[in-house]
Design a protein around this ligand. Structure first.
Ligand SMILES: [Zn+2]
Length: 186
């Protein structure tokens, strides 16, 4: 009965399309994220979610990518720039003195990009950026033991200590990133 099945499937698709079109509050698809560096670039993940070094408690969800100082950092998702700091010197090894860019996404979550190099924020407060846009240059500022980029996403608040959330990268070739592996932005 292949024709009947095909007919039912078509009807289902048609009903679903109408329902989505009529509904003013159709649910958003799960947001996905791009790796925070340009397509074609690769980086070693030195700490992922639930990493024992610094990714625990409210900070459990986050990613540390090894990056030499000065590598291009790109937006994981479209958003508006809500915080910029770029005055600190690389190698300062001082918690709280991180150069950073924070973006606010349209659903109210925030993406945080930490440890950028001095003068390494390439966006301005209030600026809107698209996913994949260049936003900064990697560095080694603040609470950092080696040049790298820390990224994470928070909900409801953006300061250090706010609860981070699990995110999925759409161009890493894997849903769950594992420390010790190299990921290439596809
Ligand atoms: Zn980290």
């Amino acid at each position: 009965m292949p024709n009947v099945r095909a007919g039912r499937l078509s009807l289902f698709i048609a009903i679903t399309a109408v329902a989505c079109g009529d509904g003013p509050t159709a649910p958003d698809p799960e947001p996905t994220y791009l790796l925070p560096f340009p397509v074609g670039d690769s980086a070693l993940l030195i700490q992922g979610n639930h990493g024992s070094f610094t990714h625990f408690g409210p900070s459990a969800y986050g990613f540390d990518f090894r990056m030499t100082i000065g590598r291009v950092v790109t937006a994981m998702r479209a958003g508006q720039v809500v915080a910029v700091e770029e005055r600190y010197l690389d190698g300062n090894r001082t918690p709280g003195q991180e150069n950073l860019v924070f973006l606010r996404h349209d659903d109210g979550t925030f993406a945080r990009y930490y440890h950028l190099t001095v003068n390494g924020a390439l966006v301005s407060l209030g600026q809107r950026v698209a996913a994949g846009d260049t936003i900064g240059l990697s560095g080694d500022t603040g609470y950092s033991t080696t040049p790298h980029l820390h990224v994470d996403v928070t909900r409801d608040c953006v300061a250090w200590g706010c609860q981070t959330v699990w995110i999925r990268f759409q161009n890493a070739g894997a849903d769950t990133l594992v420390a010790g592996r190299v990921y290439r932005a596809q």
